[in-house]
Design a protein around this ligand. Structure first.
Ligand code: ADP
Length: 188
């Protein structure tokens, strides 16, 4: 059996990483793990995790690291992740990156690559406001979008240099069409 393929998709809110992660996962026959989706399911179920996460999510702040770390730990331990997985929306902080490193080391798994979606704030805000009208997501309003950007700049974007220095970073110009980006990704 070939080595499990473990890919992280990293980028600002609205960079399209969720859309591409889903498409690529289907193409490779791997599960797509979206922390945003997992959290929204918990909120919908009104579970203890969901109840703790809801307020931060609507405000565009990160939910406590321990919650996303625990959700990730459970999810990647399921048998469908044995051939590998694509994870988007995690890690989003240094503590989460360290936790993921430890989880992978425990399972003797290697991270294949971190795909970084590079795009300007201006472009993504436009996309997010468009999505707000289409889907009515509770956190797609202008205040929450601004907060998500600040959080991304301050807490998540330092991970770009971290993974670059490990030689794991693959950069994608995410200001282009869905098709153009997915063609690039297919060549990875
Ligand atoms: P976006 O990338 O557009 O911000 P997501 O669906 O990935 O949307 O995430 C929505 C919200 O879920 C985030 O604003 C945050 O509140 C919460 N969230 C998702 N992933 C994490 C994470 N790894 N750590 C903490 N909070 C998270």
């Amino acid at each position: 059996m070939s080595a499990p393929r473990i890919l992280i998709f990293l980028g600002p809110p609205g960079s399209g990483k969720g859309t591409q992660a889903k498409m690529m996962a289907e193409r490779l026959g791997l599960p797509h793990i979206s922390l945003g989706d997992l959290l929204r399911e918990e909120v919908k179920k009104d579970s203890p995790i969901g109840r703790r996460a809801k307020e931060s999510m609507n405000a565009g702040k990160l939910v406590p690291d321990e919650l996303t770390i625990e959700l990730t730990r459970q999810r990647i331990s399921r048998p469908d992740c044995r051939p590998g997985f694509i994870i988007d929306g995690f890690p989003r902080s240094a503590a989460q990156a360290e936790a993921l490193d430890r989880m992978l080391a425990e399972k003797k798994l290697d991270l294949e690559a971190v795909v970084y979606f590079r795009v300007s704030e201006e472009e993504t805000v436009k996309r997010l406001l468009g999505r707000a009208q289409l889907e009515g997501r509770a956190d797609d309003n202008i205040e929450s979008i601004r907060t998500r950007f600040e959080v991304y700049e301050k807490t998540t974007s330092p991970l770009i240099d971290h993974y670059r220095s490990l030689g794991k970073l693959a950069e994608i110009d995410a200001a282009r069409s869905i098709e153009a980006i997915s063609r690039d990704l297919a060549r990875l």
